[in-house]
Write a protein that binds this ligand. Structure first.
Ligand SMILES: [Zn+2]
Length: 114
């Protein structure tokens, strides 16, 4: 059973408390389990190497529309380009505007939506 964490008035008080106490006595293992480990966004899923970040213009929807200045990651080893999280959100936003069902239909074949 975990001990109860006292209420702190100031940040200094909080810091002092955790300097002097073992957090594992206050936080159950199960609570740590809630934190999900996410792989780094700039890691290549194929080779595991670090991808280069680039800003590109992506022609969408049969080139009638261009998404400009989108952040993507490129792996020079595998020649794979994938959208950054920020870029993916932007494509989804555009997708909603266009009422398209599938994000992949919008993207050129060489860009992975991931
Ligand atoms: Zn790679």
């Amino acid at each position: 059973m975990a001990k109860e964490i006292p209420e702190f008035e100031t940040d200094e008080e909080t810091a002092k408390f955790w300097d002097e106490h073992d957090s594992s006595e206050y936080i159950e293992d199960a609570e740590w389990g809630q934190f999900e480990w996410l792989p780094a966004e700039d890691r290549c899923e194929s080779c595991g190497g670090k991808m280069e970040s680039k800003v590109v213009d992506i022609p969408l929807w049969k080139k009638y529309l261009t998404l400009s200045q989108v952040k993507v990651y490129h792996c020079p080893m595998c020649d794979i380009t994938k959208l950054s999280e920020e870029g993916r959100r932007e494509v989804i936003r555009i997708e909603k505007i266009l009422q398209k069902k599938n994000i992949r239909e919008l993207l050129p074949q060489k860009v992975i939506a991931a």
